[in-house]
Design a protein around this ligand. Structure first.
Ligand code: ADP
Length: 159
């Protein structure tokens, strides 16, 4: 059983994340999308909202599971018996941080490999942070996120 963990904050999930999830789901028997539970880092969406929104948009992928984790990612990967950590690489700007994390994780746990997947070109400039900013300013975010996420964002900012 080839199992991969895809960790992140997903605040909220975007078409870029989904592109990476779909690619991973074709490569591995099971993909565990693990939402980082971090008490000190509050996002726009609560932890529960982020989990629920993800659940909805990956429901049609039978081999994708949404979970949560806290603590060290490599410990979590070992706990769920995943051989691989998936990360998305958008541009050179992602590289330095991701490279450092991947090597550190390898040092901590030699049995888990980090795999980088590149999204479709049109998603390489997409980030949750930018999508939130555009939504906050009343811009159109429909091409960046699934319908349910666009609705959730509009609701957040209409209050
Ligand atoms: P984090 O707070 O850990 O960066 P994110 O949820 O923003 O969490 O991202 C999780 C992973 O998804 C990271 O590897 C990030 O590079 C990747 N990612 C985010 N947006 C995109 C995108 N548009 N295309 C490809 N990968 C992405």
């Amino acid at each position: 059983m080839r199992r991969a963990v895809y960790p992140g904050s997903f605040d909220p999930v975007t078409n870029g994340h989904l592109d990476v999830i779909e690619r991973a789901s074709r490569l591995y028997d099971e993909v565990i999308v693990a939402v980082a539970h971090n008490e000190s880092k509050t996002g726009l969406f609560s932890f529960e909202e982020r989990m629920a929104l993800l659940q909805e948009v990956v429901a049609h992928h039978p081999n994708v599971r949404i979970t949560q984790f806290s603590g060290l990612l490599v410990d979590y990967a070992r706990q769920v018996q995943a051989q691989v950590i998936i990360r998305g690489l958008r541009a050179v700007s992602d590289f330095e941080y991701e490279f450092q994390m991947a090597l550190m994780n390898r040092k901590l746990e030699g049995g888990v490999e980090t795999m980088f997947l590149m999204p479709k070109e049109e998603y390489t400039y997409l980030s949750s942070r930018l999508v939130k900013e555009i939504a906050r300013l009343g811009g159109n975010i429909d091409v960046f996120v699934p319908d349910s996420i666009a609705r959730a964002l509009r609701e957040k900012f209409s209050r």
